[in-house]
Design a protein around this ligand. Structure first.
Ligand code: DAH
Length: 341
């Protein structure tokens, strides 16, 4: 039996040296040295030997067992080191690789156009005047020469609050009155940007919120030619030096006379296309000479003072500039749209 044990130990050692991974090593340990391992079982059979052979067998058996355990531990250490080295090699970090760029956020397309508009007007001496989003019927309509039953109210479906006479401004024009009250009788040269709200069915062409940039100039000698020259200069800075513009007569309750300004279509260059509805022109703003009643409501004597005003929609201008066909993209928070600007 001692012979058998020696042979078994030899075989175990030989197998151990051939093992190259920790999983097989665990299997080996179970096979030979586990509770039901071959070596363990053989040790238990010591009782089968004649009494006088037992001590020698037991001694040798324990020696072999310790040897095998020691060999196992050495092999285990070797394999672990090899496996670690391999793992390091596989996940090697190349510190010379360029980093992955972090995607930076950027300004919303409306903000970009607004800032460009502020810049142009600043160059022409217009300051930014901030007025409130929540307005009264008086400022949003009445002081702008739109009495309660004026048909012009039809164009602007209004969000009314639960407080009587308090509403969300439907245009930036009421800011004109606030500014006049603050500055009269001094001259004024301001733009009034801000969000406006209208109770509309949301479609590709109409939103319930959008920006406007209002403008107001008041002084002693301001004439229609000043309006035309200033707005033409603005349009050429925004759309390009040689871009043709034109004025068409129009109607707004708060200006007299009133006009709308067109630029030659930026998509087709005037030839006619879907964007300009085959007219060759794009309407970009409304304007006019401040109505005497509005001047008076603001605290200026219309016998002495005159002024011009205008209002434009930056989202509309952005849509025209980039051929965007659906206004809902602006507040839809779809990054696929926003990332294009
Ligand atoms: N408030 C007008 C609107 O919402 C835009 C406008 C037109 C403003 C003419 C003006 C103006 O100041 O003179 O449609």
């Amino acid at each position: 039996m001692l012979n058998q044990l020696e042979q078994l130990a030899q075989k175990a050692l030989a197998e151990l040296n051939a093992i190259a991974d920790s999983k097989s090593l665990t299997g080996w340990h179970i096979q030979y040295l586990g509770k039901k391992g071959e070596i363990t079982l053989m040790l238990r059979r010591v009782g089968e030997l004649p009494r006088e052979e037992r001590p020698a067998f037991g001694k040798r058996a324990n020696e072999l067992k310790r040897e095998l355990e020691a060999a196992h531990d050495r092999r285990a250490a070797e394999i672990k080191a090899q496996e670690m080295e391999k793992a390091f090699a596989e996940n090697a970090l190349d510190v010379t690789l360029p980093g992955r760029p972090v995607r930076r956020g950027h300004l919303h397309p409306s903000t970009q156009v607004l800032r460009r508009i502020y810049q142009i007007w600043a160059e022409m001496g217009f300051q930014v005047y901030r007025a409130r989003d929540v307005e009264t019927d008086e400022y949003n309509f009445q002081l702008l020469n739109i009495p309660p039953h004026h048909p012009a109210r039809e164009m602007q479906d209004t969000f009314y609050t639960t407080t009587d006479g308090v509403l969300l401004r439907t245009h930036t024009s009421p800011g004109q009155i606030h500014a006049m009250h603050e500055y009269a009788p001094d001259p004024v040269r301001i733009i009034l940007p801000g969000m406006c709200y209208r109770h509309e069915q949301i479609t590709a062409r109409s939103e319930i919120q959008f920006h406007q940039v209002e403008g107001l100039a008041i002084g002693r000698n301001i004439r229609m030619t000043d309006l035309k020259g200033t707005l033409t200069a603005f349009a050429q800075r925004l759309f390009g030096e040689n871009k043709p513009t034109r004025f068409r007569a129009s109607y707004f309750p708060f200006t007299e006379p009133s006009a709308e300004m067109d630029v030659q279509c930026i998509i087709c260059g005037g030839k006619g296309c879907k964007t300009c509805k085959y007219t060759g022109w794009l309407e970009i703003l409304g304007c006019g000479m401040v109505h005497p009643t509005v001047l008076r409501n603001g605290g200026y004597d219309p016998e002495i003072y005159t002024g011009f005003a205008f209002g434009m929609g930056p989202e509309r201008i952005t849509m025209l500039k980039h051929g965007i066909e659906d206004i809902r993209y602006f507040w839809g928070n779809d990054l696929r749209f926003l990332r294009q600007f």
